[in-house]
Design a protein around this ligand. Structure first.
Ligand code: SAM
Length: 216
């Protein structure tokens, strides 16, 4: 009998903290799921498109939709580069009966990944802003309107270690046409989860536009 391959890559092992309910990552997940659920509640009735950028194992999407009354409204795409994580996400969605969400194993950092799914009503940018340059965070925020319907919610995360970038991230969202719906944080050394609602004009998706480059 051969065991299934375990998490061997850095980004697969990163998810192991989710298995410890007392970890900061599990606490962050609870906030992300709670706030994304509120966003889903606030969206107009009808179809909801979701995009998760650098979706990892899709823990947030699965936890959100497993028990949400609007789960049947939601379709969309999770984009994740690590094949192990993408496979875990695909299986988890399948087990939860979430057959209208697809997992694409590929590069989430260029707008082409969203060509036939944007604009979304729910855009998850979780676990990205702590892994790219400040300039790339700014560029991703400025280009986020291309991925958003009018009234879309963006859920994002970032650690707050010094120098805390979250005040600038919040200002960039403001500049890009978003209103802040919520900002939760466990404090200056902890994590932050922000939710912003897009109130600007619709912006067509331009192919070939880079959003960010992971630093490691
Ligand atoms: C910090 S984890 C966050 C995962 C998930 N969003 C979460 O919050 O649980 C970052 C993820 O981004 C993925 N990733 C890194 N660069 C990527 C790229 N260019 N395209 C798609 N995924 C990427 C990694 O494989 C990793 O799973």
């Amino acid at each position: 009998v051969t065991d299934a391959p375990g998490p061997s890559t850095h980004w697969a092992r990163w998810h192991l903290d989710y298995d410890d309910p007392s970890s900061a990552l599990s606490q962050r997940l609870a906030v992300v799921v709670g706030r994304t659920g509120e966003a889903l509640d606030a969206l107009a009735p009808g179809a909801v498109r979701l995009i998760s950028v650098c979706a990892g194992q899709g823990r947030d999407v699965v936890a959100l939709l497993a028990g949400h009354p609007r789960r049947a409204d939601v379709s969309g795409r999770l984009v994740e580069a690590d094949p192990f994580n993408a496979d875990v996400a695909r299986r988890a969605l399948d087990s939860a009966g979430l057959h209208r969400l697809e997992v694409v194993c590929g590069d989430a950092s260029v707008t082409d990944a969203y060509a036939d799914v944007a604009p979304a009503h729910l855009l998850l940018l979780c676990g990205i802003f702590g892994n790219v340059s400040d300039e790339d965070v700014r560029m991703t925020v400025m280009r986020a309107p291309m991925l958003c319907t009018a009234g879309a919610f963006v859920v994002w995360t970032r650690h707050r270690r010094s120098p805390d970038l979250t005040p600038r991230i919040r200002a960039w969202f403001d500049e890009a046409g978003f209103d802040e719906a919520s900002f939760d944080s466990t404090g200056p050394e902890g994590f932050a989860v922000g939710v912003h609602r897009y109130l600007g004009p619709s912006v067509p998706l331009e192919p070939g536009q880079r959003l960010f480059t992971f630093l490691h």
